[in-house]
Ligand binder design. Structure first.
Ligand code: UDP
Ligand code: MG
Length: 138
């Protein structure tokens, strides 16, 4: 069944001009882009988005990084989109990511790892609503 997931091309990747290459992979792998916008998160926006991680030691650094420059936020549709996108991204730590994954190819570190993807239908719904109004989804 077709579903939607929420994705981010993170500030490290946008800054290194990798957005086009990543979008090309997204389309080549069969996702349909339903929503897309360039955003520059405030520190508060980033803290709200990653609230589930607020007790983790990397929270301050992560949210500072996510607010460090523009990022591309996306809604992607495909059969089994949530799992399909996480598979295409690869492991959080690029050192552990499989060959051919976006993080293996483009991530600089476990923090500056080029992309985000929702991990479950409930989080996908919350994350999509954090960035997109219904009228901006197509
Ligand atoms: N992160 C980090 N250090 C860690 C684990 C995660 O800086 O030890 C960052 C990284 O940018 C990651 C984000 O926090 O993408 C969210 O972590 P999560 O465990 O949810 O990984 P993801 O779902 O993005 O693979
Ligand atoms: Mg996660």
């Amino acid at each position: 069944m077709s579903e939607c997931t929420f994705a981010i091309i993170k500030p490290d990747a946008v800054k290194r001009k990798l957005a086009g290459k990543i979008l090309q992979r997204i389309e080549a792998e069969g996702f349909t882009i339903r929503g897309m916008r360039l955003v520059h998160l405030s520190k508060k926006d980033a803290e709200g988005f990653y609230a589930v991680h607020r007790a983790r030691p990397f929270f301050a650094s992560l949210t500072e990084f996510m607010a460090s420059g523009p990022a591309v936020v996306l809604v992607l549709e495909a059969p089994d989109a949530i799992k399909k996108w996480r598979t295409l991204m690869g492991a959080t730590d690029p050192a552990k990511a499989d060959a051919g994954t976006l993080r293996k190819e483009f991530a600089e570190s476990i923090e500056r790892n080029a992309t985000h993807g929702s991990d479950a239908p409930e989080t996908a719904a919350v994350e999509i609503a954090y960035f997109f109004r219904g009228v901006d989804l197509n």
